[in-house]
Design a binder for this molecule. Structure first.
Ligand SMILES: [Zn+2]
Length: 356
């Protein structure tokens, strides 16, 4: 009689091939009874062993058990492989892009961002002023009426307030609180601090965000950035102010860009001037941007009004100084020939990625 296990090797190989071909845990669970369980060839063969002579039965049983065991081990290995693949698939699907942002290993589909044009401009302006001996100081964006206006020689009825309408904050306090309209309040904080700590003189620049109730257009934004400079020292004259403006202009814009001062008016400086720089578009020869004058207004400056020094308790007989300020956004606009300032806040990647 032919042994019922005559084809065992071939059948085992067939089942092992089926195990290798399993492609998912679901399929494995579905197929398991047919591979090692009750509906497998091994179960069928098991039933035939009863027909064998008792002396052959034990040997055949052991052989069958061995074959089944081989398949069970292979099935278990396949189960582990499929489980690992399934877990990796889930992880890949769940992976947050942040996980891919690894220095030196940036996938082609991702780009690492960079500071905005305004932030980059602020940094390079700070670098120029630090190289000239200034320190960088910061102040709060939410200010009291006193710091934003009164201490700067702009009392409540002063017409200059109309130029600086802003957003008011209702904190339920008797004091008027507002979003600062310029970085000048930081000058007051610095002078107060210097008086309190006896640390005059002051040579500082104050960059920061300011607010005005402007409707956004090509040249105005409701939120913008300024940088101001403040010098309080002994024997400071208007010549020092003009020299600082000129040195800054050539250092930042280039040696072929010059500055000039024109009489102007600001409540907190006396005398005051508007400062202009050579048009960066036409380099002074005249174009539409500069109304064919060759010059573009950048900011304002002037000698500190003694009333401002008085307000913070600095003796105007001993100390004098000057202040200047201009828009960082305007600076970026001029240097990079950005025709519409709204581009600076619109977060259009096509615009932003030009300045990496
Ligand atoms: Zn021009």
């Amino acid at each position: 009689m032919t042994s019922p296990l005559a084809d065992l090797a071939a059948q085992t190989k067939d089942v092992l091939d089926q195990v290798s071909a399993l492609s998912s845990l679901d399929e494995l669970r579905e197929r398991e009874p047919f591979l090692t369980g009750k509906r497998s060839p091994f179960a069928s063969l098991q039933k035939t062993l009863g027909a064998l002579a008792p002396e052959d039965r034990a040997g055949a049983g052991a052989e069958l058990q061995e074959a089944r065991r081989t398949v069970e081990v292979a099935l278990e290995q396949r189960r582990v492989e499929l489980a690992r693949a399934a877990r990796e698939e889930v992880l890949a699907a769940d992976r947050l892009d942040l996980g891919d942002v690894v220095v030196g290993d940036v996938p082609a589909t991702l780009t690492v961002g960079h500071p905005s044009l305004v932030a980059l401009t602020q940094r390079s302006l700070e670098d120029v002023f630090v190289a000239m001996g200034f320190r960088v100081a910061e102040g709060p964006e939410v200010e009291s009426d006193w710091y934003n206006f009164e201490a700067l020689n702009i009392p409540p009825a002063h017409p200059a307030r109309g130029l600086w309408d802003t957003f008011y904050v209702d904190l339920g306090e008797p004091e008027t609180v507002l979003l600062r309209t310029h970085t000048s309040p930081t000058q007051i904080h610095l002078m107060e601090e210097a008086v309190a700590t006896g640390s005059l003189p002051i040579h500082s620049v104050m960059p920061g965000r300011c607010y005005r109730r402007d409707t956004p257009d090509a040249r105005h934004l409701y939120s913008f950035h300024q940088i101001e400079g403040l010098v309080v020292d002994r024997g400071i004259t208007f010549a020092d102010l003009a020299g600082v403006i000129e040195t800054f202009t050539r250092a930042y814009f280039g040696p072929d860009i010059a500055s000039r001062l024109r009489p102007g008016y600001f409540p907190f400086t006396e005398p005051s001037a508007e400062f202009e720089v050579t048009c960066t578009i036409c380099r002074g020869s005249g174009c539409r941007t500069c109304s064919h004058t060759g010059w573009i207004e950048l900011g304002g400056c002037g000698m500190l009004d003694p009333a401002v020094l008085d307000a913070v308790g600095i003796d105007g007989e001993v100390w004098s100084g000057f202040a200047f300020g201009f828009g960082i956004d305007r600076c970026a606009q001029m240097r990079h020939e950005v025709s519409d300032m709204r581009a600076l806040i619109e977060n259009d990647a096509r615009f932003l990625e030009q300045f990496s």
